[in-house]
Ligand binder design. Structure first.
Ligand code: NAD
Ligand code: ZN
Length: 365
């Protein structure tokens, strides 16, 4: 097991990462002062719940904890105010008071929803993240919680730091393949923005990582979490540095939206976005050639690296401008300066961006 301590203004909390950790949950809770008197509400979804909720509840019950389980439907559709209200009802009926705690067992959707429940319930009670997707190495760090609004994703939310994160990498064995790749997109992103050594390590270990071998997996999640934690701790409320976490996301968001949400997974769109960012860096002479290398590493994790599909360049450009509220004909991107180093670049002109879109479709493989 590896442990990373995350320091935020609100609190300091541990992230435990390793195989089989869910069976040690009672001990981890005890360590943070959650005694058996604390009434617990475990929030999960209907895909993760049948796999792990019972085990978690029995483990906790065997040590004397009283745990209620609330289940929402799997998928992004559960991140709504309606579900938040329903979960609030469940908590109230279960007699959860200000001394209670929330456990979020699932991926980023459950983490965001249950985290926001914890932020809002009785003006805020503590919560613990039990991530079960690789992507959740990202979403469980940083304290952003919330739900979607019909007019936009994550439009209603709060900053609420967890008291503890327990990442049992064994749970990833049941994760659909596409979700594994989806999560690796953000792992690779964390490496590319901050840590050239980690990039090389990922290149060398992609095979055993895709086989979900617990040791390298623990290491990858640890490095990913610590990069995210480091960036976030230097910029908790998104004043500046945190923007580098959006590497690959300007084009990624545009692709996700243009294709229709759910067609491309977030990670797939960001993967193509990162190849695009590397190409743009090259076009603008900001960095040594990095696009091919970016492409290779993403492919090794089962991710797409080309702009396949019926996209209209003008539509994509318009979306990218809107994403960063940039002026007409001028774009803001996070671009690489070197392997493992990126920066915010404003005032990028349209022509090089158009060239990149062409290159992303073109013969380069
Ligand atoms: N708060 C943040 O900082 C932050 C950062 C990034 C993403 N997010 C949010 O995270 C969400 C995406 O998270 P996600 O990719 O984890 O999606 P998710 O929670 O929807 O999980 C993906 C799918 O995998 C299933 N699943 C989860 N764990 C499983 C397991 N171990 N075995 C089998 N199936 C499993 C889920 O039921 C779901 O169907 C988005 O809503 C996004 O906005 C938040
Ligand atoms: Zn992302």
């Amino acid at each position: 097991m590896k442990t990373l301590m995350v320091r935020t203004k609100e609190r300091e909390y541990p992230i435990h990462i390793g195989p089989g950790l869910l069976s040690s949950l009672p001990r981890f809770l005890e360590d943070i002062g959650w005694t058996v008197e604390k009434r617990l509400m475990l929030v999960t979804d209907d895909q993760v719940g049948p796999l792990y909720a019972n085990r978690v509840r029995t483990t906790l019950a065997s040590k004397g904890y009283r745990v209620h389980v609330a289940t929402v439907e799997a998928g992004e559709g559960a991140k709504t105010l309606r579900r938040l209200e329903e979960l609030t009802t469940v908590c109230l009926r279960a007699g959860l008071d200000r001394t209670g705690g929330i456990l979020a067992l699932g991926g980023g959707v459950v983490g965001d929803l249950a985290g926001f429940l914890a932020a809002a319930y009785m003006r805020g009670i503590p919560f613990v993240q039990l991530p079960t997707t690789l992507l959740a190495h990202d979403s469980s760090v940083g304290g952003k919680v919330g739900v979607n609004h019909p007019l936009g994703k994550n439009m209603i939310g709060a900053f609420h730091q967890p008291s503890l994160v327990v990442f049992d990498v064994d749970t990833l064995k049941t994760l659909p393949r596409r979700e594994v790749s989806n999560g690796f997109a953000e792992v690779v992103k964390h490496a590319l923005i901050r840590d050239p050594k980690f990039v090389r390590w990922l290149e060398e270990n992609s095979g055993s990582l895709m086989e979900l071998r617990p040791e390298p997996l623990t290491e990858a999640v640890l490095r990913g979490c610590s990069i995210k934690a480091e960036v976030v701790s230097k910029d908790e409320k998104e004043a500046g540095l945190r923007a580098v976490l959006n590497y690959g996301h300007t084009l990624g968001h545009a692709l996700e939206a243009a294709a229709g949400y759910g067609t491309w997974s977030h990670g797939e769109a960001v993967a193509v976005g990162m190849v695009g960012a590397a190409m743009l860096g090259e076009e603008l002479g900001l960095c040594p050639p990095l696009a091919e290398r970016t492409r290779r590493i993403l492919k090794a994790f089962g991710l797409p690296t080309r702009l396949d599909g019926d996209f209209d360049d003008d539509d994509l450009l318009e979306r990218m401008r809107r994403d960063k509220k940039a002026e007409r004909g001028s774009y803001t991107f996070i671009l690489p300066r070197d392997l493992g180093r990126v920066e915010i670049v404003r005032g990028v002109e349209e022509e090089p961006v158009r060239r990149v879109l062409r290159r992303l479709r073109g013969g380069e493989r």
